[in-house]
Design a protein around this ligand. Structure first.
Ligand SMILES: Nc1ncnc2c1ncn2[C@@H]1O[C@H](COP(=O)(O)OP(=O)(O)OP(=O)(O)O)[C@@H](O)[C@H]1O
Ligand SMILES: [Mg+2]
Length: 238
């Protein structure tokens, strides 16, 4: 199970949001780091086929994802950075709706929704309207919907932004456990969230992949003590 990306590019007008990106993702957790505007979300939008690419290819187990179409999308769980939600729906109804879109059978969907609401610690609020949720609660509902259908590929765009420390620790543990047989891509600015769980670290800036390696190599290879320290060093040394 692998996603091979080669020479992927995307521009918005004059802005080159992704510039000749080449990398292969395998199972386990890959953390994508980089400053605001580095191209992290653009990369995820291209993998989910939410945005049209201008050059390059994305292969899943050897076949272009555009050819795989629906087959590929069914393998994906996506938590977008910008949440669009149905304010009038309850958390349960929203998840049931998303499960239906993903093609889950009703019984299986109900069991999964129950389990995932427990994972994101929202059981008590399951039947409250999303419109009345705090930012962190909305974030957790979006994370739950990404995990519906036990997707092989999980794309999480800043999943822990806005979560309180306890919820971040809970989710970190869960993501680590489920990542063993999945391709998990996480973008984050909170380096401590991936410091102990990411297998690979990718560093991006100005649409380019600057550096990618195992987590240990990423930190110790530039004589840093922490992922945060390595991030700053590697961002500013060519
Ligand atoms: N829909 C869009 N229209 C125009 N420009 C865009 C659009 N989406 C992204 N861009 C531009 O593309 C570049 C990359 O943006 P992107 O959202 O991928 O960055 P990012 O690494 O996810 O940043 P952040 O850490 O802030 O989420 C930026 O210069 C951004 O302004
Ligand atoms: Mg982003």
């Amino acid at each position: 199970m692998h996603i091979d990306i080669s020479h992927l590019s995307k521009s918005y007008g004059e802005t080159l949001a992704l510039d000749d990106f080449t990398y292969s993702f395998h199972s386990g957790i890959s953390a994508i780091l980089g400053p605001n505007g580095a191209g992290k979300t653009t990369l995820m939008n291209l993998i989910t086929d939410c945005t049209r690419r201008q050059g390059g290819e994305i292969l899943y187990d050897g076949t272009d994802i555009l050819k795989l179409g629906k087959c590929f999308r069914q393998k994906l769980g996506f938590m977008p950075q910008n949440q669009g939600m149905y304010e009038q729906m309850t958390a349960w109804d929203f998840l049931a709706y998303m499960a239906q879109i993903k093609g889950l059978k009703k019984k299986a969907a109900q069991a999964q929704i129950r389990e995932l609401l427990a994972v994101v610690n929202l059981e008590a609020a399951a039947h409250q309207k999303v419109g009345g949720f705090s930012g962190g609660m909305r974030q957790r509902v979006m994370l739950a919907q990404a995990m519906l259908g036990q997707p092989e590929i999980l794309l999480l765009d800043e999943p822990t932004a806005g979560l309180d420390p306890e919820e971040r620790i809970r989710l970190r543990g869960y993501i680590e456990r489920l990542a063993t047989d999945k391709i998990v891509l996480i973008t984050t600015h909170i380096t401590s969230d991936v410091e102990n769980i990411a297998d690979k670290i990718l560093l991006m800036n100005h649409g380019k992949l600057l550096f990618a390696s195992d987590r240990i190599e990423f930190i110790s290879g530039c004589n840093a003590d922490t992922l945060e320290g390595a991030y700053v060093k590697r961002l500013h040394t060519p």
